[in-house]
Design a protein around this ligand. Structure first.
Ligand code: FE2
Length: 278
């Protein structure tokens, strides 16, 4: 683990994302996968909350809204049979764990305490980086849901905008098992939307800019980010990206941390509010 080279920084500023192979040792990937399996094993789903990037506003509940302060588990949209039973074993039914692993779980917080995590963001010019949110993404075999095209700034908004994503591949990510797809250079365009809380305890998408994005398709101008386990992918907060469903028999585990600049204002109507559960 070391800092970014000048050519890596230049590539990031041109493309809005950067692939850093070999950032995490394979042993660390294994440790994090084992920890996630342990957490899922201990999860007793009294509360069923389903994660959707397409209609989270309508499926939002307190369990989701307070997940910025906790370790919570979200099922795949296709996890359940019509009779309510899980289609696959629990370990292969969870979409993600979120959103405070980086502070509340000892294994994930140890990784987050690593200077190299914030160091790469400092290398990109952020003066006071702070980890705001984290999630463990399973992209399970056969039922791993797609993630709609978005900019991370929509969900982690600051004034001025500052969010940067650190996406760690814990398993090989390929087109077949639902790797990221990015729009090279798309980060120079404006932020389109903000996901906010409403006074009634709900959420909504606030439109900010109507500039259209290219339709999502597994073809140009979109680029598949196929990477081996251990790779770090840095994502600019305005970079449009998405990932496809996983219909393959191979999972595509990843751990993502989102960093913002502490010097920026964090609005209190942002959907995610960090801090202890009240
Ligand atoms: Fe994202």
């Amino acid at each position: 683990m070391s800092g970014l080279s000048p050519s890596q920084k230049e590539l990031y500023s041109q493309l809005g994302y950067l692939v850093v192979p070999g950032f995490l040792p394979i042993e660390t990937c294994q440790t994090l996968r084992e920890r996630a399996a342990f957490l899922v094993d201990g999860f007793d789903p009294q509360t069923v909350s389903i994660f959707s990037t397409k209609n989270q506003s309508s499926t939002t509940d307190d369990y989701f809204l307070n997940s910025g302060r906790d370790i919570r588990f979200f099922f795949e949209e296709e996890a359940f049979l019509p009779n309510g039973q899980l289609r696959q074993e629990k370990a292969h039914s969870i979409n993600k764990i979120g959103h405070a692993l980086h502070t509340l779980d000892p294994v994930f917080s140890a990784l987050s305490a690593s200077e190299s995590i914030l160091g790469v963001v400092r290398d990109l010019g952020m003066k006071s980086p702070v980890q705001l949110q984290s999630m463990y993404i399973f992209k399970n075999p056969f039922i791993g849901g797609d993630v709609a095209c978005h900019q991370d700034g929509t969900f982690l908004y600051t004034e001025p905008e500052s969010v940067t994503g650190l996406w760690f591949a814990l398993e090989d990510a390929t087109v077949e098992n639902g790797c990221l797809w990015a729009l090279p250079g798309g980060h120079v365009e404006p932020l389109r939307r903000r996901f906010v809380r409403t006074p009634g305890g709900k959420t909504q998408m606030l439109p900010l800019h109507s500039a259209p994005l290219p339709d999502v398709a597994p073809s140009v101008p979109w680029v598949p980010v196929e990477v081996p386990a251990g790779t770090l992918v840095l994502l600019h907060g305005r970079l449009p990206h998405w990932s496809g469903a996983n219909r393959s028999p191979k999972s595509r585990h990843a751990y993502a941390v989102h960093v913002v600049d502490a010097a920026c204002h964090y609005p209190d109507d942002n959907w995610l509010q960090p801090g202890p559960v009240s």
